[in-house]
Design a binder for this molecule. Structure first.
Ligand SMILES: Cc1ncc(COP(=O)(O)O)c(C=O)c1O
Length: 407
């Protein structure tokens, strides 16, 4: 929160009070603090930021360079370049068992704008949005920014960080407009099962609600809860495609965070509103970057498989290492590249524990409460770092937790 947004000094022109409602992303804050410590000469282990430590595959880089030479240096249509929308529609149709029209695709600079656009286009002051808690903090931030009310659905450790559909049902009111889902889930690694999705779909259809299904980690699944590695989308359930915005993109699957390339699959009546928001903010997504997206989707996928296999090996290292620490309990994440251990450090909040681990031990991780109040007593580690760094990070965490539990 920006605490002093409405408090203006004599010389500064007035800020909008609305700015006080806008939150931020803890990972970027902790990264900045970690970098400041490094600038003082400290050696920091980075387990805070959610970005693959792999390089973008060479064939994708080459496609971008070729597109630059071919003149993809101009504005394009706001919703995206036609061949890019077609490639995305074909991929999502194949992976979700749907028949997606390219006309329902919006190409965006990263997946993140789809969150902003969808909430702005569907929610008003006083409306309510159901959001799993903990969750990616941008959902709550944007909901508050439009004057709507975030309503938490607690995620349960003992259910593999899935929510109880009954808890969702109980929270629906006449003001509910939107349900936000994220599977595989940041920060817990939880994966929703087909029966969870069916229960949410029944509620959304009965109460005529929109659903924002954030599927940015759809390619990074280790265990779907049924012994496989399948990605299930709520949009695949009959009656849901017309009320669901699918968010997906290239950042995580193809190690392309810095390229800023993502997309939404948007119900036809809602799409023009998202396009209008995009024309007001970005005009369009960088044209040569979009062309590289075609190479990512249609080119060799081996790099994705190699990356996911490496994440899986690290996942096992992280979970075993955390469970070997007294006062720490960690479940196997089913997807994404995060571990979300429960910690028992009497007398300390998870924020105090995370701050101490950075300041005293030099390991950058996030407090569970950076993702919502139900994140208290949890930490979030990203295992998008090398096995050697993870091993060093785990040793530092063990040392820090042992120290804090003694005092
Ligand atoms: C759950 C979730 N949604 C969306 C995003 C945004 O992704 P992008 O970098 O493509 O904007 C992230 C990035 O961390 C995320 O964790």
């Amino acid at each position: 929160m920006v605490q002093d947004a409405s408090h203006n000094s004599m010389h500064t022109p007035r800020f909008s009070p609305r700015m006080a409602e806008l939150g931020t992303e803890g990972a970027f804050e902790v990264l900045a603090r970690a970098r400041a410590l490094e600038a003082q000469g400290r050696r920091i282990v980075h387990l805070e930021i959610g970005e693959p430590d792999f390089e973008t595959a060479p064939h994708i880089v080459e496609a971008a360079v070729k597109a630059l030479h071919d003149g993809f240096t101009h504005y394009g249509p706001t919703a995206g370049l036609p061949p890019v929308r077609a490639a995305i529609a074909a991929t999502v149709s194949r992976t979700r068992g749907l028949d997606i029209s390219p006309d329902t695709v919006i190409v965006t600079p990263g997946g993140k704008p789809v969150i902003y656009y969808t909430i702005l286009a569907t929610c008003d002051a006083g409306d309510e949005v159901l959001i799993p808690d903990p969750s990616y903090p941008i959902y709550e931030s944007v909901v508050r920014y439009v004057g709507a009310k975030p309503v938490s659905i607690p995620l349960e450790f003992d259910r593999g960080f899935r929510f109880d559909p009954e808890a969702l049902r109980e929270r629906v009111t006449p003001r509910t407009r939107l349900i936000i889902l994220n599977s595989p889930h940041n920060p817990t690694g939880g994966v929703l099962t087909p029966s969870d999705l069916q229960a949410v779909a029944d509620i959304a259809i009965r109460h005529n609600l929109w659903v924002l299904s954030d599927e940015i980690y759809s390619r990074i699944i280790y265990d779907d809860g049924a012994g496989g590695r399948a990605h299930h989308s709520i949009a695949s359930i009959p009656g849901m495609l017309e009320r669901t915005v699918i968010l997906d993109g290239f950042s995580k699957a193809f190690a392309m965070t810095g390229w800023r390339l993502g997309y939404g699959i948007v119900p036809a009546p809602l799409l023009p509103h998202l396009v209008r928001l995009q024309v007001n903010v970005n005009s369009c997504t960088a044209s040569f970057v979009q062309m590289a997206g075609i190479a990512a989707l249609n080119g060799p996928q081996k790099g994705v498989d190699v990356m996911v296999a490496e994440f899986d090996a690290r996942r096992q290292l992280v979970v075993a290492g955390l469970n070997a620490i007294d006062g720490v309990e960690c479940r196997d994440p089913g997807g994404a590249f995060y571990a979300f251990p429960r910690i028992d450090v009497p007398g300390r909040t998870s924020k105090e524990v995370a701050d101490s681990l950075l300041a005293e031990e030099g390991v950058a991780i996030l407090a569970g409460t950076a993702f919502g109040e139900y994140g208290e007593n949890f930490l979030r580690l990203s295992f998008a770092n090398s096995r050697a760094e993870i091993a060093e990070g785990l040793a530092r965490i063990r040392h820090g937790i042992e120290r804090l539990r003694k005092h």
